[in-house]
Design a protein. Structure first.
Length: 241
């Protein structure tokens, strides 16, 4: 299996599998991340999976870089395709009505698709979470249909509302909190994908999948009340891909 250790610092080791963004490479990253956490290596502080790399932060007074690399090499040897046979798919409801889809007209003009076609394509399949970054709970998703590719806004908004679902170039995603941003907004989810009050503040993790599910305005309002009351339970399915 092709991989290399990249120069980092005296408190982190980065493993790079291949310089490409693909499901296959990312599956290796996620598998190694899981094995490291399951192994419970003394001195390891945190792991950070990305598109094609896994960075392992450690306490150099507890474990040496040399020993950590040896242990990581052994774990890499245990990675197999079968370890990625089952995945979690989070069903995320999205309301695509005009009150939330502020840039739907832009997307339709650029792609030549109708509003219904954009929604149908956007909700047609699950998206792999390659990594988390930019904001807590912001998932970088892979696999968007190229028919939906739309450039970011020329001038980013100073604030985008929490739960906004947008398209930025070749990617789609959810804004987990109000923040500046330049993606084309096509909808909104009532689900809090990031909630600091939860034991697990971030709903999902790298290696999981997100399936967008269209809902009406009435359904959105009903779910929003349930979310605010703390009784809404997001649907998570374990499936074989």
């Amino acid at each position: 299996m092709e991989y290399s250790f990249l120069a980092n610092s005296d408190m982190a080791v980065t493993v790079e599998f291949k310089k490409e963004i693909s499901n296959e490479v990312n599956a290796r990253v996620v598998a190694l991340d899981r094995l490291v956490r399951e192994r419970g290596i003394k001195g390891v502080i945190e792991t950070v999976p990305a598109f094609s790399t896994l960075t392992v932060f450690y306490d150099c007074t507890v474990i040496s870089e040399k020993r950590l690399k040896r242990l990581l090499t052994r774990l890499i040897g245990r990675i197999s395709v079968s370890s990625q046979s089952k995945v979690k798919v989070w069903d995320i409801p999205v309301c695509y009505d005009p009150q939330f889809a502020l840039d739907m007209d832009n997307v339709c003009r650029h792609t030549g698709l109708s509003r219904d076609e954009v929604i149908d394509i956007h909700t047609s399949k699950p998206y792999l979470i390659y990594m988390l970054g930019f904001l807590p709970g912001f998932a970088y998703l892979g696999g968007m249909d190229e028919r939906l590719f739309t450039p970011r806004l020329d001038t980013p908004r100073l604030e985008i509302f929490e739960g906004a679902v947008g398209i930025g170039g070749e990617q789609t995603g959810i804004y987990p909190m109000a923040s500046p941003g330049g993606w084309q907004l096509i909808g909104k989810t009532p689900v809090k994908v990031y909630d600091s009050a939860r034991d697990n503040a971030i709903l999902y993790q790298a290696g999981d999948y997100i399936q967008f599910c269209p809902i009406s305005s009435d359904e959105y309002r009903e779910m929003e009340v349930q979310v605010n009351d703390g009784v809404y339970q997001p649907v998570c399915r374990e499936v074989q891909l």
